[in-house]
Write a protein that binds this ligand. Structure first.
Ligand SMILES: [Zn+2]
Ligand SMILES: [Zn+2]
Length: 169
C-alpha cells in the first residue's frame, strides 16, 4: 500500500496524481487477507500531500447472535494529509510539527496507506455485527446454530404466569 511521491513533491502546488488501488493485505491486523480496491487522488499542497481515497474492502467478523464468522464489506472514504519528513531537494530532515496523529511521508518520499486503511477499517466495523439481519442465533439449550436447521429441544414451555392469558385466546 505504498506510493512513491518524489516526483509529485517536485511539482508545483496544485499538481495531482490518480492511483488505482488493487492489493490484498491484512487490513486490520487479524491475519486475514482481503483485497482493497478503489482510487486515491493525491494533491500537492504547499506543505504536504493531501490524499483522498475511496476504497472498498472486506473484514471478517463474528456474528453477535450465532457466533459464526462472516465477511462484511466496508467502504473507506477518507482525506488525510501526509507531511514530508525530509526536504525533497536537499534530503535534509525537516523540523517536525507538533501535530499529533498526522501521517508522514518517509525519507524515501513514500506514502504508506496501510495505517490509514487500518484505522478507517476499524472505525467502519459495526459494534453489533450480525451475519444476516434475520440470523436465527443459537438455541439457548443445546447451542445448535439455528440457521442450519431446527434442533430437537422441546418447544419452550409456557410460563405459568401467562397460562391464564392463553386460556382467554
Ligand atoms: Zn449469525
Ligand atoms: Zn436446542
Amino acid at each position: 500500500m505504498q506510493i512513491n511521491v518524489s516526483q509529485l513533491l517536485q511539482e508545483a502546488i496544485g499538481a495531482t496524481r490518480e492511483y488505482e488501488v488493487n492489493e490484498a493485505t491484512d487490513i486490520i491486523g487479524d491475519g486475514k487477507i482481503f483485497k482493497v480496491h478503489g482510487k486515491c487522488h493525491l494533491l500537492r499542497t504547499q506543505r504536504s500531500i493531501l490524499v483522498k481515497c475511496a476504497l472498498s474492502t472486506e473484514v471478517e467478523l463474528t456474528c453477535n447472535r450465532c457466533l459464526g464468522l462472516f465477511r462484511h464489506p466496508i467502504k473507506l472514504n477518507f482525506n488525510e494529509e501526509f507531511l514530508p519528513t525530509v526536504d525533497i531537494i536537499s534530503g535534509v530532515p525537516l523540523p517536525q510539527t507538533e501535530e499529533t496523529g498526522s501521517f508522514t511521508i518517509d525519507e524515501h518520499h513514500t506514502i504508506d496507506l496501510t495505517e490509514a486503511i487500518r484505522q478507517y477499517s476499524v472505525m467502519a466495523i459495526p459494534i453489533k455485527a450480525l451475519c444476516n439481519k434475520d440470523c436465527a442465533g443459537l438455541c439457548p439449550k443445546c447451542g445448535k446454530n439455528l440457521n442450519q436447521g431446527k434442533c430437537n429441544c422441546p418447544v419452550q414451555e409456557i410460563d405459568p404466569r401467562w397460562s391464564e392469558l392463553t386460556k382467554l385466546q
